[in-house]
Design a protein around this ligand. Structure first.
Ligand SMILES: C[S@@+](CC[C@H](N)C(=O)[O-])C[C@H]1O[C@@H](n2cnc3c(N)ncnc32)[C@H](O)[C@@H]1O
Length: 267
């Protein structure tokens, strides 16, 4: 199929509009089908291989999530390294022994102060293969402590803030087409959309591909979302953000997505 002038695989397409293309599949099946030089930047946040305990229900204001697919095995990035393009890979410190040495890393400081004593990591690191000056971004996002902003709901146990992903994408202005092979609920795609980039995402779990598609379709309007959120009960599904906003996807995309949504509802 052709999308934004690129010849891309047409199997497992879950959603498409003019800015975003989502595959619901194992990325290791999709990546070899993407022609060389189609992608300007791979920006991703794979399973770190750390067996993360996603039962956040033991913390205040949080809940139990399903474990992250693939997180029980150490992550092997060789299929990403083979892509022969610019790479930014979050969690690189967890599998650094499998990455080529490179001096320019990105850091996200998650706490607001230096004297916080928390059980979680206070920062996350992204390995890159092209950024020459290591850079850091500070954005509070730890447990229930979140900076006010664009991220309205936590739908995924390791969801990245839009603000962070926008910062990362802004570092690479020449990246017109961005690929996130471990998309989760589509934070890379949303950030790319807000910055006018074209983004392709791949996610193995349909429940997350579904949320990502809804985020792309609704293109998030913070005020509207806030109003809806206040009216929701706490045990309501986080999906869809509870709002029927303007639909941006083209007809094909809507039909693809609608079919899958129905399938999910039948389960
Ligand atoms: C760390 S999470 C990414 C979260 C994302 N940054 C966000 O903000 O939503 C990694 C994601 O990769 C997905 N995943 C695991 N193995 C995969 C595979 N082989 N192909 C595609 N997606 C996969 C998991 O289901 C999970 O949603």
């Amino acid at each position: 199929m052709r999308w934004n002038g690129l010849e891309l695989p047409d199997k497992s397409i879950y959603f498409q509009d003019e800015d975003s293309l989502i595959y619901c599949a194992d990325c290791r099946d999709i990546l070899p089908l993407i022609p060389d030089k189609s992608i300007d930047l791979v920006l991703t946040d794979p399973p770190y291989g750390i067996n993360l305990d996603t039962n956040y229900g033991k913390f205040k204001n949080s809940k139990k999530y399903e474990t992250i697919t693939g997180d029980n095995n150490s992550f092997d990035p060789s299929h990403l390294l083979n892509l022969n393009c610019r790479l930014i890979i979050w969690g690189g410190n967890c599998f650094a022994d499998r990455l080529p040495a490179w001096r320019g890393w990105l850091a996200w400081f998650k706490t607001a102060r230096n004297d916080t004593h928390i059980r979680q990591a206070e920062m996350e690191l992204a390995w890159t293969n092209f950024i020459t000056r290591s850079q850091a971004y500070r954005y509070t996002w730890i447990g229930a402590y979140r900076e006010a902003g664009e991220d309205l709901r936590y739908c995924h146990p390791t969801q990245k803030p839009l603000s962070l992903m926008k910062w990362v994408i802004s570092l690479v202005p020449e990246a017109k087409v961005i690929l996130d092979p471990y998309m989760g609920v589509g934070s890379t795609l949303m950030a790319g959309k807000l910055l006018g980039r074209k983004c392709i995402g791949v996610e193995i779990e349909e429940r997350y591909a579904h949320i990502a598609a809804e985020r792309c379709r609704q293109a998030i309007l913070p005020l509207e979302m806030k109003q809806v959120e206040q009216g929701e009960s706490s045990n309501q599904s986080p999906m869809l953000f509870g709002v029927a906003s303007s639909t941006k996807g083209n007809k094909v995309a809507r039909e693809v997505s609608k079919g899958n949504t129905r399938k999910e509802a039948d389960r």
